[in-house]
Write a protein that binds this ligand. Sequence first.
Ligand code: GLC
Length: 621
Amino acid sequence: MHRASRNRLRTVGVLLGAGLLAASLPSGSGAAEPSPSAGAKRPLSGPGTNYAVDDAFTSDRTEAWRQDRFGMFIHFGAYSNLEGEYTRPDGTVCQDAEWIMRQCDIPKKEYEKQAATFDPAGFDARKVVKAAKDAGQRYIVITSKHHDGYAMWPTRANNWNLRDHSSFDKRRDILRELKTEADRAGIKLGFYYSIWDWHDPDFADPATFPQYKKRMYAQLKELVDDYDPALLWFDGEWDADNPVNRWSPKDGAELETYVKGLKPSLLVNNRVGKRRVSDGDFGTPEQEIPDGPVDGQPWESCMTLNGHWGYARYDHEWKSPAELIRNLLSTAGRSGNYLLNVGPDSKGRIPHESVSRLRAVGDWLRSNGQGRAVYGAGYSGLVEKPEWGEISREGSVSREGPKKLHAAVTDWPEDGKPLHLKARTPFEIRGARVLGSDQKVKVTPSGDGFDITPSGAPVNDTATVIELSVTSPAPRHGSGGGLKARIWDNDAFAGRPAVTRTDPSVNYAWRFDGSPAPSVPAGRFSTRWTGSLQPRYTDTYSFTTVSDDTAKVWIDGKLVIDSGEPHDPRVDKGTIALKAGQKYAIKVEHRQQGGEAHMKLLWSSPNQQQEIVPRSQLYKD
Ligand code: GLC
């Protein structure tokens, strides 16, 4: 069943393409994080190339997207013309949505025939953008080409597109219209693009796949050059047999480098590769929300409003506004984004059931400043998630301790009963108020945390937000310059190192052909970083590595991460209690024994949001 294979959840990796300069943070918020080779001329491929050029958790490049938190997904294509139902020659009806061509075994000629009648004259970009705006959504991702291969813009690569193969007005270009309206409204536009292609005869045959790839690259160049998207959202990267799909990690690495070469600031999701933590800039859990912050890579959860992505006229299983609001709160409270889908009908109109639900979410976000629990918000860190709601902290990307937490209460207590919050680290709550109400809120230390007792009724039945003003320790920013790196051109740290230098951070994606230095051939090398580490907070820290082939991390003489068995890109974690401002010995080892190579070192703690351990907190001795 295709659904099983397509719904494999992966969470996933940080990364970046060639040619980007590292972002710097506002002064006073810690040190800038130049890429290891910033300033120096770096090769675009081959030995010495590091494809990771910034930290997706903190960079300027990803910042707007991380703040936005809420986007609109649009599934619209030649399949929309069937509205989810295909009547076979024998009169029986087969149902599906954007997979209808394959799931209902529609012969190619038949599918082409129906597409020729596609006339989405009712597509109104202004209305679409308004629906997003009314929902409080800050970006839009529309399918430019789904698995059926049908392009929704007048591509020059083939005739299988909305202008050349439809009954639609030849002068219109809906992606252009959407771009214009989105720009006008200050909404970012991104394009979904399926790698898997059921229509192009060159896709499934390894002998002709290079020709397909050429056209795919040409189409992506058209999209980037002509519409200047903020992000590309790939899909269809998984192995499949009908038609054959053998997209490989290497294909993914090449494609990511290619599109980021076209536009270095582009954001790209992890399905550009094989949905691993090392692919693209962000992970893409589908139809589900991870139960906490995700290790190793920012993430965005995509979800349908009913049970289908594409329009299905028979599907009336709509999620309630309350469920959508709760989902959005859960996502923001775990430092993720929520990409909520609409599927326009054969005329190009978003169903009113979708529009009204979206508006209800937007109404909630706009009421009483409740949007503060979502926009720019992230994982609270300071407290455990309670049963009665979701907690987020303001300033998910700020390096300063949070000044406010927002507790979105979905289960309001009976009169006089407290809401309990379990603290993960010591901090104080200085004040509390209910957004949209002047009722008093009592806060008392209690057991492992605090009791918060509102005195009145909830403001909103779905979620009422209590703003908590908190005092958490001021960060102790360091003045480090990075770790000492010794690099060997063998995989055993044997003999004299080929290169010795200072690395600002451990943030490397060498992938298939890169290596730590031009003089070190790809494929076989080892690196040992040493020096000291200075935490900003007194906390129990989690260290995370994203590595391939092996990784080990010692802090204060303790082996915190022991991932010495060769592996494909993966995440490992270890914890250790540390004191703010104190310096601890650190040693990090990586070995590359062939194939792909990655090595990143991240940290997080109750006070510290997840990020690549920055240069300011690392010293070479
Ligand atoms: C999938 C599906 C698809 C949908 C997408 C959204 O993998 O194949 O139809 O477009 O996920 O995330």
